[in-house]
Design a protein around this ligand. Structure first.
Ligand SMILES: [Zn+2]
Ligand SMILES: [Zn+2]
Length: 312
């Protein structure tokens, strides 16, 4: 079969590879790209296997054994570690990662599969993976009515869409006018910077943004840190507000199986959650060029449909 294989930093090739192995083989209908893919393509990532390695973690398609349409989650928690036993599977200490969505077929453990609600297109279903992380991040926050979101990339827009759908007043800050327009489209107030809000989500993944998110949080408020900074990074924060204003800082990482199911249900119920993120559909062969395309305009996710041929 054809698959996009990562041979090293910035070296992604579409090649003929052996058929995948796994409990269940899924015929891929849509695999969406995200910022993590760009990071992995540029620098590698701790969850990638040794090069050459399979790639792609937002994957939807059809089980070849039953014909059921499924989302292939990118991870299966171990169920046995301290985090899993404490009900926090998203920070499982020993998860199995399921990568390889940028291919005609992917092999996955049964436990990674989630039924796609009827009527939800494969491209939107594939987005349930990052959406589940947004669902989890919202749950890490509080029920504050006034919320700020820092960053208008896909994650920031997903957070804003979920919070708006929940009836909150949301302000999203991003320097790019195209992304502010997307935020306005989904019902958030868009600005270049945040004022101070009771609850602030950081969705950039840079230390200056972590600091800005804390600075934009009102006394007694909560900051949810959603964007992952490069590994090994350290951040300095002013102690004053942490102490005298009792700011609460909470990390948010990944998602649990329940978050993925909630994301799929939400995406099926409300097209407004995902419509703005849907980018062009491309064949596998165009993926290397797509990942190399500079970001900075509107926040869109490419949809790889491996059934398409390069000439199509
Ligand atoms: Zn992703
Ligand atoms: Zn575990």
């Amino acid at each position: 079969m054809r698959a996009a294989v990562l041979f090293g930093p910035r070296d992604l090739r579409v090649e003929q590879v052996p058929e995948p192995e796994g409990d269940v083989i899924v015929e891929v209908e849509a695999a969406t790209t995200c910022g993590t893919d760009v990071k992995m393509w540029r620098h590698g990532h701790r969850i990638l296997g040794p090069y050459p390695c399979a790639f792609g973690h937002e994957t939807a398609g059809m089980r070849t054994d039953t014909g059921e349409r499924v989302l292939v989650s990118d991870s299966v928690a171990c169920g046995a570690c301290g985090s899993c036993r404490a009900g926090r599977a998203q920070i499982c200490r020993d998860p199995v990662w399921v990568l390889g969505g940028f291919a005609e077929r992917i092999g996955a453990p049964e436990a990674a599969l989630h039924r796609i609600p009827d009527g939800l297109p494969a491209a939107a279903a594939a987005m349930a993976e990052p959406f589940a992380a947004a669902v989890h991040a919202v749950a890490r926050g509080t029920d504050a009515a006034d919320v700020g979101v820092l960053g208008g990339g896909p994650m920031g827009l997903m957070l804003a869409a979920l919070l708006v759908a929940d009836g909150r007043s949301v302000t999203l800050a991003d320097p790019h006018p195209e992304r502010r327009a997307q935020a306005a489209e989904i019902g958030a107030t868009a600005d270049e910077a945040l004022a101070r809000h009771e609850l602030v989500f950081e969705a950039v993944g840079r230390t200056d943004a972590w600091r800005a998110a804390a600075a934009a949080t009102a006394p007694g408020g909560t900051v949810v840190l959603v964007g992952g900074c490069p590994s090994g990074t350290e951040v300095t924060l002013p102690t004053g507000p942490l102490h005298y204003e009792e700011l609460e800082l909470r990390g948010s990482f990944h998602h649990s199986r329940e978050d993925v199911d909630a994301a799929l249900e939400g995406l099926a119920r409300d097209e407004g959650l995902w419509r703005t993120l849907l980018g062009p559909t491309i064949p596998l062969e165009q993926l290397p060029a797509a990942l190399a395309t500079p970001t900075g305009g509107p926040a869109k996710k490419w949809v790889v449909d491996p059934r398409r041929l390069a000439s199509a």
